[in-house]
Ligand binder design. Sequence first.
Ligand SMILES: C[S@@+](CC[C@H](N)C(=O)[O-])C[C@H]1O[C@@H](n2cnc3c(N)ncnc32)[C@H](O)[C@@H]1O
Length: 236
Amino acid sequence: MRPNYLFGMRQAARQAKALQIPEIAAIEFGVAGGMGLLEMEQVAESLQAETGVRFRLYGFDLETGLPPSDDYRDLPYLWRAGFFKMDRAKLERQLKRATLIIGNVGETVLAFIERYSPPVIGFVSFDLDLYTSTKPALNLFNSAASHFLPRTFCYFDDIVGDLDEVHCEWVGELLAIREFNDAHAARKIAKINGLSWKFGAPTQWHDQIFVLHLFDHPAYKQYINERTDWQLPLPE
Ligand SMILES: C[S@@+](CC[C@H](N)C(=O)[O-])C[C@H]1O[C@@H](n2cnc3c(N)ncnc32)[C@H](O)[C@@H]1O
């Protein structure tokens, strides 16, 4: 199982459980052949057994692969129109529970909540490659706070990559994140400070996990620490 999906979805399920939310949504923006969405299904099965929290899964994609772009912010030095096409019939035969939402994410995301009535969103993977696709996908995070966990876990795929991918805050997914943060005072997408230290050794996905903090969420301040008390007395 992909450790990035396992981590983000497990942390979301643990938070949901602490907040007594029985079911949450996990979303993959950018499905391509479907390997990620099929992994998400496996992770959801395993976490449901582990935590008791149920998952509903959604995958957004154009079906026809990457759209054309000549915008430098889309890194056309890396991506080509038509990369990562979906074999929709093949994927639909293998999917057990995820819902595919086919179309341009700029349109499908706007109707998503009203059309599908998802449970509280707990984990979102962004793998649309392009700035001009990621920017409208982030409009999901303009929805009412009640549609999200107070701290919604996110994974951004296209911010590390191979040696030729030289990502920075002025292009691609990192630019979309920065612009979202600049435009929202009460919602911020931020890395988990020191995530690698919690695992002992750093690995790539630690730099790709972010959390959408909804400071305007009514439950943002609700205590969820498993400790009922914590004291640090001096030795006798
Ligand atoms: C790298 S692939 C996703 C890979 C997949 N997440 C995985 O792990 O196997 C990127 C996908 O983003 C989709 N995509 C890019 N821009 C899009 C847009 N504006 N609307 C919908 N899908 C888009 C493409 O169709 C492509 O399949």
